[in-house]
Design a binder for this molecule. Structure first.
Ligand SMILES: Nc1ncnc2c1ncn2[C@@H]1O[C@H](COP(=O)(O)OP(=O)(O)O[C@H]2O[C@H](CO)[C@@H](O)[C@H](O)[C@H]2O)[C@@H](O)[C@H]1O
Length: 479
């Protein structure tokens, strides 16, 4: 099949979160099983300045209609192998910036124009380059309007650009909401500026475009697909999603098992597998050394996350005393909300023997935290899929996760299922979290059971092989 993806991030080129990891893996794995895959990304500064871009070729020049203007753009292509092409939409005024979406203080003022432009540019590029796709697959709000733009362009030109369009929701909380006045940038007929179109409580919603106008809607775990139909998790869009319920599918993400492999992870000095965990003990030493902690009586806990409300930092902060009281260690790697950063820094300052906090984005360090911890904490309020709980299991680091979204789909609770369990699953409230922490101590003190759980966790298959087969089957079903 000829498959086109469009998103605003893709690992290893540009990443602010899990969206990038998933897009990178999908791109690689679909090409790996024989499909012809193209991927469209905005030409951010980080990409233009990358080594890979040195081999990029200018393919075509665009004139994109945006409101009352026609804006120039360029499409550059990097061939990444037999069946993989990365297309970069270049318009430096929009994308040659130090960050993807904004500064630390606020989002860029023109994100509506930037991503409407990007979505339109992809459609025009597909037309000019004569890419007749079987599937066009768009990800998250930045590309929410793309399926609709594509169909409008098809109507106008009489050409078929893609047989079916897919829209993936990686996180419903990010919706691309803009003032209603932004609608004019879309150049769409006024009928789309309504409740059964893009309008959302007197604003326009880009994610709603994807939900209403893609042929299939996907999300990143079966449980999240069910959850987002309810007011608790639907972020106000549960009604719109209900309308499309029949076309909504959840497939749990996989992980890149080449990048995340404790047997040969290049970021680790010591390697290990399920049958010999001595390397893991050395990784723990290295981690503690790096952050200036010494091993205590209790286990070492790790956390790597964007520090936002979603990731359950409030819950985490309520029980930080647990680690001090039980002579445990906790290493936190994250960046995000300045209030959370400050609160965590305060803990590290007042309890330097037990708490270490690294407020940076550091890929290498994230591997060391995964390898060097005994437990990995994810107390998310909601979690479409989550990746770290899968990395953790592969690295023999038992995850403590709240029972929401994909966390519930990918971690087997050891308290209710001691024979099969690979982590601890709790309800996202203070009491249940406190109990989960206590349970993790009891398990750690029963070293035999603890080791068995580690081995079980390490043997689980989270590879993209299984996931890719599910995507393929779904694509094939649709065309
Ligand atoms: N300071 C730091 N340094 C280094 N690495 C860091 C880091 N902070 C975070 N990361 C990394 O960023 C990634 C985060 O991925 P997640 O899937 O857990 O969350 P995210 O909420 O971004 O993604 C959204 O999209 C994904 C993909 O579909 C869903 O799994 C998820 O539930 C949804 O919220 C992980 O690879 C993690 O290791």
């Amino acid at each position: 099949m000829k498959i086109v993806h469009a998103a605003s991030e893709m690992f290893p080129y540009v990443k602010t979160g899990g969206l990038a990891d998933v897009c990178g893996s999908l791109f690689k794995s679909l090409a790996g099983v024989g499909h012809e895959v193209s991927f469209f990304l905005p030409g951010y500064r980080k990409i233009i300045e990358s080594k890979e871009f040195e081999s990029a070729k200018l393919k075509v020049v665009l004139q994109v209609e945006l409101g009352e203007q026609f804006l120039r753009g360029e499409v550059w292509a990097i061939s990444l192998g037999k069946r993989q092409t990365l297309y970069i939409i270049r318009r430096d005024e929009y994308f040659d910036r130090s960050n993807l979406y904004g500064t630390r203080e606020r989002d860029y003022d023109d994100n509506d124009a930037r991503f409407i432009y990007f979505s339109k540019a992809v459609v025009q590029a597909m037309r000019l380059l004569d890419i007749k796709a079987d599937i066009l697959h768009c990800h998250d709000w930045q590309t929410g309007l793309l399926p609709l733009f594509l169909r409008m362009a098809e109507q106008e030109t009489g050409m078929t650009l893609a047989l079916k369009t897919f829209f993936s929701i990686h996180n419903l909380a990010f919706q691309g909401l803009y003032p209603r006045s932004s609608f004019k940038l879309t150049n769409l007929p006024e009928e789309f500026n309504a409740i059964d179109g893009l309008e959302f409580y007197e604003q326009i919603s880009m994610i709603k475009g994807g939900i209403f106008f893609a042929d299939k809607i996907m999300t990143v775990s079966p449980n999240y697909a069910r959850e987002i139909l309810t007011p608790r998790f639907g972020c106000g869009l549960e009604g719109a999603l209900k309308v499309r319920e029949e076309d909504l599918v959840g497939i749990a993400n996989g992980i890149d098992t080449e990048v995340w492999n404790p047997r040969k992870d290049p970021y680790l000095l010591n390697h290990y597998g399920a049958n010999d965990l001595s390397g893991k003990a050395l990784c723990q030493e290295a981690l503690l050394n790096k952050v200036g902690l010494k091993k205590g009586e209790g286990p070492v806990y790790g956390l790597v996350a964007r520090l936002t409300e979603q990731k359950g930092v409030d819950l985490l902060l309520k029980r930080m005393n647990f680690f001090v009281k039980n002579d445990c260690r906790i290493v936190l790697l994250g960046k995000g909300d300045p209030t959370y950063e400050k609160a965590l820094r305060r803990w590290a300052k007042s309890h330097p023997e037990h708490v270490a906090v690294c407020i940076v984005l550091d890929e290498e360090m994230s591997h060391l935290v995964e390898a060097g911890s005994d437990y990995f904490i994810m107390p998310s309020v909601f979690e479409p899929c989550g990746l770290n709980q899968m990395y953790s299991q592969r690295y023999g680091t038992l995850p403590l996760v709240s029972g929401v979204g994909g966390l519930k789909d990918t971690v087997v609770d050891i308290v209710s299922d001691p024979k099969e369990g690979t982590g601890i699953v709790f309800e996202p409230n203070e009491e249940a979290y406190a109990q989960a922490l206590e349970d993790s101590l009891s398990l750690y003190n029963d070293q035999k059971a603890f080791l068995h759980a580690i081995k079980r966790a390490m043997k689980r298959d989270f590879s993209w092989k299984r996931v890719t087969a599910e995507y393929e089957a779904l694509y094939q079903d649709c065309v």
